[in-house]
Design a protein around this ligand. Sequence first.
Ligand code: HEC
Ligand code: HEC
Length: 297
Amino acid sequence: MSTPKRDSHSGRMDTGHEWNGIRELNTPVPKIVWFFYIITTLYAIVAWILLPAWPTGDSYTPGILGHDQRVVVEQDVKSAIERRSDWERQFQVLSVEEIETNDSLINQATNHGKRLFEDNCAMCHGRTGEGADGFPNLTDESWLWGGEPETILETLRVGINASHEETRISEMLAFGRDQILEQSDIRLIAQYVATLSIKDETGRHLDLGVDQHQAGAQLFEENCSTCHGESGGGIAVLGAPNLTDTFWLYGGELNQITRTINHGRQGVMPSWEGRLSESDRKILTVFVRSLSEKKER
Ligand code: HEC
Ligand code: HEC
């Protein structure tokens, strides 16, 4: 240690420390660093006083402003609910028919319905509602149970072959498996049914002879018409589909029809009572109906 000297190169004083001829310069912390150090320290002290800052075991120092993120979130949620309940109240009191006369309610229903549909229905009916094998297409004009608002609302409430005690029952018998009909008769009926939906001569799957056609029609009348109607047009209160249109739930090829008649079909649609509120079910009803209307336009 020797006395501090001025460094001839930088013009600063050194500390007086020297190692092997190397002297240590005394370079002070730059003013700008002090400036920010003081500012941030002051800011921290002010923040400790004003805002929640220090943990104190199970609580914390609240700060004199009483600022609380939880309160902010609660207020946001409350005002969102108020905004929603304005129009939601209308969905509670109005019927679907009344809602469908009001354009702004239809808009709300299609916006919210899309989200509800994607969350609850899309896994079975597809994102666009076009369905799949065994899961009905909700965008066409063919309905198993009918497309009226009350019918759809009820289907959503109780489900089909569901656990709800008032569930709709959809029961296509297993004529082959349960040995209600002979295989030869099933073949005749299946061929007959396959021709029902194709009225255009050129598009016919099969050219049935008159005898075969009559035998098929006879068997159909005896075994199928109680549910599917005399001419195969379907009976909506039984959920028995129209077999004369071009919409098929399980496929309209001869082998698919034969399979349906042999093994029966019992499509299952869950009940939504207790899982979705009544207004949500109305929103979905309006949304589902808008899917097929959009197509018609
Ligand atoms: C687990 C699969 C599944 C889910 C989830 C589901 N559905 Fe279904 N849905 C079905 C099946 C299967 C049928 C046809 C039942 C039958 O064969 O009669 C059906 C039938 C329907 C029908 C009657 C169609 C007609 O032609 O009459 C409507 C309407 C419907 N679903 C709407 C919905 C809506 C809206 C949701 C969402 C809240 C939903 N479904 C969720 C499987 C499902
Ligand atoms: C007890 C009533 C009942 C009887 C009797 C009945 N069906 Fe059905 N059938 C239904 C119902 C309900 C469905 C719809 C099943 C479903 O949605 O899961 C259906 C579905 C079908 C389908 C499938 C349609 C599609 O879109 O894929 C065919 C084909 C069919 N039936 C043919 C017949 C034939 C042929 C007979 C007579 C041998 C017959 N059914 C007798 C109630 C019946």
